[in-house]
Each structure stands twice: as C-alpha cells, then as structure tokens.
Design a protein around this ligand. Sequence first.
Ligand code: SF4
Ligand code: SF4
Ligand code: SF4
Length: 501
Amino acid sequence: MAINYLHPEYEAVRNNDRCITCRVCERQCANEAHKYIVDRDKIVCDDSKCVNCHRCVALCPTRALKIVKSGSTYKQNANWTDKTIDEIYRQAGSGGVLLSSMGNPENYPVYFDKILLNASQVTNPSIDPLREPMETRVFLGAKPQIIERDGSGRLVNNLPPQLSLSMPVMFSAMSYGSISFNAHESLARAAEELGILYNTGEGGLHEDFYRYGASTIVQVASGRFGVHPEYLNSGAAIEIKMGQGAKPGIGGHLPGPKIVGDVSRTRMIPEGSDAISPAPHHDIYSIEDLRQLVYSLKEATDYRKPVIVKIAAVHNVTAIASGIARSGADIIAIDGFRGGTGAAPTRIRDHVGIPIELALAGIDKRLRDEGIRDNVSIVVGGSIRSSADIVKIVALGADCVYIGSAALIALGCHLCRSCQTGKCNWGIATQAPELVKRLNPDIGYKRLVNLMTAWRHEIKEMMGGMGINSIESLKGNRLMLRGVGLNEKELEILGIKHAGE
Ligand code: SF4
Ligand code: SF4
Ligand code: SF4
C-alpha cells in the first residue's frame, strides 16, 4: 500500500448539534472535500482536499462549520518546520516545481508597519475634510521641466498625454483567463464609476469590455497575447510588462485547460494550447530596445496614450528605473515582492525581489538626484493593504498605487492561495461557468466602489490631520513620516527620521 506522507494542513470542524444536513457545504466546495454519507445521514469531510477558502463556512446556514489549522504536527524543530517537511514530501512524490499563488506570505519585515504618520498640533493647523476642500485628484505622465509662455504671456500647453484619476489608486493588472469574466466586469465598472483605471493584464481585452476603454490600461507582455492596433487604441494607456513582483525574472504560464472559449479568442491563441509568456521580451535586451518598443506603441497610437513600463522590485531597481525614465516612457510601475499572482513557483514568489517601500524610496531619490524625476510618474504596487499604506507610500515618493489583492478580497477572495488550481470557490480565479456565476458583478463592482470610497475618505482625514489639503503636496513629503524600530541603514534608504527625532 502506498504511504501518504502528508497530513492535512487544515481540518473542517463540524458542530453536529447545529448541522441540519442541508448539504450546502457539499455543493459549495469545488474541491469536493465535503461528502454526504447516505447510510449514516451524515456529512463528512476529507480534510486533505481543503484549501481553507472559507466558502463553506460563510454559506453554512447554521454556522456549524469552522476550519482550523490541523492539530497534527511533527516533532518540534525550529529549523525543519512542518511546512518544510511537507514540501519535501510533496516534491519527493511529484518531482515537480511547487506552485502557489497570490502574494509572498513569508515573515519578512513589512516597512509600512514600521512607519508612522505625522499630525498637526498648535501651528500649521489641521484641516477638517468635512468642511474644507481636499484634493485627491492626480495626473500621471511626464511633466515639463519648465513652464513656457507664448508672446502674449499665455501658458503653452505642450504636455505629453496625461491620465487623470480621482484618487491615487488604480486596479492592477489581472488578465482575463487568470481571473473570471465577472471579476473583470466588476473591476471595469468600478473603475469607470470611480474615475480611476483598471488593467487588462496580459490576456487581451474581451470584446464586451471595449466600452470601458476610457477606464482601461491595456497591457503588452512578452507573450503579446491579444495585442493588435484596435486593442492598443482602445485603452487610456498602454503598459509594457517587463516584470512582476510575484515572480521576477521568470515568465508566465496559463495552462491549456484554462484556454477555452472567450479566453482563447481574446488571447488570439488556439483552445487548449498553453499560454506561455517568455521570461524576457525577445526583442528587448537593453534600454535602447525598450525605447524602441515604447516609441513603436506611441507611434501606433498617434502619441495620444501614455506608455507605462512595469518592472519588479529587484536588487538594482534604482538603476533600471533611471534607464526607463530616459527611455521615453511616461510612467514607471514598480511591483514589490508581496504582489499577487494567479500562479507562481512558490520558491520564486517567496525568495526573489525586495520590499516595495525600500525600492520606491531608492528610485524616487535616484531620479531626483539625477534631475529626471519629472520625466515620469511612479506607480507602486505589491500588497497595498489600506488607505494608510497609500498615504505612506505617496509620502515616500509615489504618484499613485496599484491595488490587486485588496480588490480581490473586496470581491470575496479569502486568500487561500489556490488560484493556480482554477477551482476558486468565490468565482474569481476560475473559468468554470458554475463557479464564475458565484460572483455577481452587480454586487462585486459596488463592493469595490464602497472600498475605494471609504479609503478616499480616510486619505482625506489623514491628509487633513497633517494640515495638507492636496495629495500633490504629500508626494515625497518624507517629513510627514517617522520610523519605529528601524536601523540606521533602513532609515537612510527610506530617507526618514526615527520617531522621537
Ligand atoms: S452547510 Fe452547515 S448545516 Fe449544512 S450540511 Fe454543511 S455543516 Fe451541516
Ligand atoms: S476548500 Fe473551502 S469550501 Fe472546501 S472544505 Fe475547505 S474551506 Fe470549505
Ligand atoms: S482568488 Fe480565489 S483561489 Fe485565489 S486566493 Fe482568492 S479565494 Fe483563493
């Protein structure tokens, strides 16, 4: 008999006094963990199939269920943890690369949580956002170094194309294929209502979403899926994806079984064929090559669309950003190592890249030192969790943030990190019709609008508390930040003082 070396990570605990054997949990679990035993008139759970997505817990009508961490452990060992041992068993059984999804869950420092905000007292009084106007609108794109006027003193409006956003937030790239049609529709409708932008990711643009073009960033990635002139001209901006925080240095892979129907048509690849994005763009090996693609895309869109270049935050990111700022790109997007993804090798996700707070602070400083900060706007993504994270990252020098995981959580994601299986019980990271319909876009878009509305209020409150009435005045204003529990080097890179100074 084959030995099963792995013990389940989670256990479904059912309160049999409350359970009414309605079988909702059985129907709701796409992993088929729950099973009704007719002879015993009882529901049982195969814990080994549970990924802790909480779908059954949330829908159980009698609150009879809870999911707990498995009580079964190996002999305690700080070096050889249960997780390490399980991973070895898994690979010894499969011979395969470990796959996972969403962001890096490991215990690296979260600098956002070691930075505190200022508030006005006595002098420079605070501003009440309920009574006085507060400006959260931002414009993204290259800004002129000098203000020019014509012979009659009028301002010469020779600005490169700009994106106008009602608040410094955009929904980050999530491709149709990695997430469902209904998730995409929720993001597109919310972006339109909020006056912000969402991003197609690398999967092309479904024909039903062309009507949201003014609220859309269309992405061009190494696989060039779904890229054609109409696509490029349909969006408000074009993003060249050079890297992604969740998997820097490697490409992407959407398995053939997910390339069906509309996903295959939108990507312009045959049904059932694997959608493999190569690690590099095969026409880009230098900043000069990147510049050629930037200008090819500008040429294809009559110089009316800003071009964004997205990179992962890696060790030499400041030098790379400096090159991009000189390449003709209008906006740099930097994705930190906690950024989410639909699928990534676990080792890459958890061990490659650097924290976004350090990357951004370094880039902002370098571009200022080189006198090219106004050549580009900077958008930052990679686990922006709250309005406080936004205020802190803007004060560190960002113009705007991308949010991905937080948006998916608003749609119902429970961060079970199982997107790669395609069996998302919340109808988000799946193409299975019976699962997709679990996410109602009428509700999903409203929840996204609510979340952003709440964050916008909170941003105004924090700005008001600091005596700042415009997000533009907060940008790069590091005097508003203090570190707690950070060493000299960390404070130096972040460019902030320690609390108490
Ligand atoms: S959903 Fe709740 S009440 Fe219904 S069978 Fe499952 S545990 Fe019992
Ligand atoms: S995978 Fe989700 S729905 Fe299935 S048993 Fe676990 S928590 Fe419940
Ligand atoms: S999108 Fe779905 S599968 Fe992915 S982490 Fe969230 S709940 Fe789990």
